[in-house]
Design a protein around this ligand. Structure first.
Ligand SMILES: [Zn+2]
Length: 452
């Protein structure tokens, strides 16, 4: 396929904005990038897609999300509003994940996948929990991902919070799925696996060791780290160590591991995160919603930590997460110089692309260049001022909106065209979710009020 009549935004090591350019796609990869006239002449018989002057960009990447949370939208938490993050976990997320069965896990994933296609987010790192449906849960999500045509890295969050049997089942599920991916997913496939862990505060030393022992060396962990002070208090009480050294001691942090949040880490922990090579993900909308504070992202980046951008299960519109990151640090520090647009792009574009590339191997992701993977979007944005490689992040921060994405493509396959999702039936999925929601909410309410 030849996409022509586009303004190509390449990202990659040196961003370029190229009006009147075309991209040739072959076998799921970008085969050529060049001026319209040149490529139209050289590939006259190729199937063509006229971009109509829109921006052609790499799809967005989300480094940390939770497909399982779709049924929380509009849900009433019984009793007074939770006063802090530990209460939010106990009264919202833990009863809700217990309420999920096979059908609701599938539909919850599909809701997020539709949202991601519509918002041009083409690679997603999911972190799943459904303690009453553990065995096979990652297969159900994988099937939804395959149906959607998206690219995703899946894991199941191991936790001791529901007892030893469920912790062991979580370990088995990660191991089984990692093995399945190794067997079935060729290099260049759309699915990959990590090994999920909830957070230090719900994991014993024995379970951490069991997870480490169960993980093949080249796979990585995906775990919440110091999202709230309670994670540090618990870790100090359990081990005499803060969270990052505790996890490092048990071999959980390494160059393939993802530490979500890192809001409450001290300078020594930042240095240790840099030393281990672990990825850190930043989720500003979630941090604000939970009132947990703001991670010192600039200090993490300055220390050499590879900080990525996730959304923690908020909408899959990553440009909203860009804006939240850009704004939150300014108000938190009372300083408009904090978290400039280039730093947001460093996380959301460059570090996210490197993270995704490390899980999918081989060809680069998240850039437009010959040989890169054809995960692309068309954006209907008419710039009112000059659009340059240097000022592009500020066009996103101040000009881009949800709904500007008109086409989404993964591995060269069109998943949305002219704002119509073609791989999934959005109305049918939403109808199915509305049909299941009352049952999910009823089970949630029983778990939340202690009457299971
Ligand atoms: Zn999370």
């Amino acid at each position: 396929m030849l996409i022509h009549n586009a303004t190509v935004v390449t990202w990659g090591a040196a961003n370029a904005v190229l009006p009147g350019h075309a991209v040739l796609i072959k076998d799921g990869h970008i085969a050529a990038l060049g001026p319209d006239a040149q490529l139209l002449k050289a590939h006259a018989h190729e199937v063509k897609l006229d971009a109509g002057g829109q921006l052609l960009m790499p799809g967005s990447i989300c480094a940390h999300t939770h497909f399982y949370g779709a049924f929380s939208r509009g849900l009433a938490i019984p009793g007074p509003a939770p006063k802090d993050f530990p209460e939010i976990l106990r009264r919202l997320w833990w009863p809700l994940d217990k309420a999920l069965d096979e059908k609701s896990v599938r539909v919850s994933a599909l809701i997020h996948l539709v949202d991601a296609i519509k918002n041009g987010t083409t690679t997603l790192f999911d972190h799943h929990a459904s303690p009453n449906f553990i065995d096979g849960s990652l297969d159900v999500i994988a099937e939804a991902v395959a149906e959607s045509g998206m690219r995703a890295v899946l894991c199941y969050e191991v936790s001791d919070r529901d007892g030893e049997a469920k912790a062991k089942a979580g370990i088995r599920e990660n191991n089984r799925f990692i093995e399945r991916m190794r067997r079935e997913q060729p290099a260049g496939g759309r699915l990959a696996a990590a090994f999920g862990l909830h957070a230090s505060l719900t994991l014993s030393d024995e379970t951490l060791d069991a997870c480490r022992a169960a993980l093949p060396d080249e796979a990585g962990f995906h775990i919440h780290v110091a999202e709230h002070e309670s994670d540090q208090e618990d870790s100090l009480a359990k081990s005499g160590l803060r969270v990052v050294p505790r996890l490092a001691k048990h071999g959980i942090l390494g160059p393939h591991s993802i530490a979500a949040h890192a809001v409450h880490v001290d300078a020594a922990e930042i240095a240790l995160l840099a030393e281990t090579g672990a990825w850190v993900t930043h989720q500003p909308r979630s941090n604000m919603n939970n009132g947990v504070g703001a991670a010192d992202v600039e200090a993490l980046l300055a220390a050499g930590v590879r900080v990525c951008l996730g959304n923690d299960g908020f909408t899959q519109d990553m440009w909203s997460e860009w804006k939240a990151a850009y704004l939150m640090h300014k108000v938190w520090n009372r300083d408009p110089r904090r978290m400039n647009g280039a730093e947001v792009a460093r996380m959301a574009v460059h570090n996210n692309a490197a993270l995704a590339g490390s899980f999918f191997g081989g060809a680069p992701l998240g850039e437009i260049a010959a040989g890169a993977r054809a995960d692309l979007i068309l954006v209907d944005y008419h710039a009112p001022t000059p659009l340059t490689a240097g000022n592009f992040p500020w066009h996103i921060l101040f000009g881009f909106e949800e709904g500007m994405v008109t086409a989404t493509m993964v591995k060269g396959e069109v998943l949305m065209k002219d704002r119509q999702v073609v791989t999934l039936d959005e109305a049918e999925i939403a109808a199915k979710a509305r049909e299941l929601a009352p049952q999910v909410w009823e089970r949630y309410t029983r778990f939340a009020t202690g009457n299971p």
